[in-house]
Design a protein around this ligand. Sequence first.
Ligand SMILES: [Cu+2]
Length: 217
Amino acid sequence: MIRAPIRMLASAAGLMAQGVLAATLHVQVHDPEGHPVANAAVYAVPDRPVDREATPKAIIDQVNRRFVPRILVIQAGTSVSFPNSDNIRHSVYSFSPPKIFTLKLYSGVPASPVVFDKAGIVVLGCNIHDSMVAWVLVVDTPFFTHTDGSGAAALANLPPGRYTLRAWSNSMRQEAPGEPLDVSAEPLPVRTLEVPPEAPDPPDSMSMNAQMEGMVH
Ligand SMILES: [Cu+2]
């Protein structure tokens, strides 16, 4: 009578090893002083390429002269729209090599979204408001998330296999080399990763451009 459940457990483990089930990895991210880091990206890049959603979509809004969200993690190939919810005009730009672009001064929703097709770190600004800054981390994997206020994150639905596990905070100019992650059976042990503390926004001051824009109105 006791053996039946044990056989069932063994059978479940076997199914997992065959890739029938997918695992969840819990991660805790802290800075070098041990403080939890919020809004850090956590992502697992599989050793083998995986299919991606046809055209993933994301939004970075502009509200009260801030980008919302100010930190975004997306898979390469994602189309990002930049609606402007303010009643003043903005001009979004990036000089970062993975995606260089400028959206000329606009209100409302620009006609075309911007496709981020290369992996890497993209820093966004507004030509009018120096205090507006946002970071887009473009990753080559569908397995990504970000930490909550307590530095915790969970990567769900990880198929069995080998990955490189990385964390990134917006004060990092380069991605971390990462560490190996082997997904073979649940439960996966909680992983702890270290990144520098989150960088704050610049002070909310208007640039000379902004003052001139204000004079035009
Ligand atoms: Cu602006």
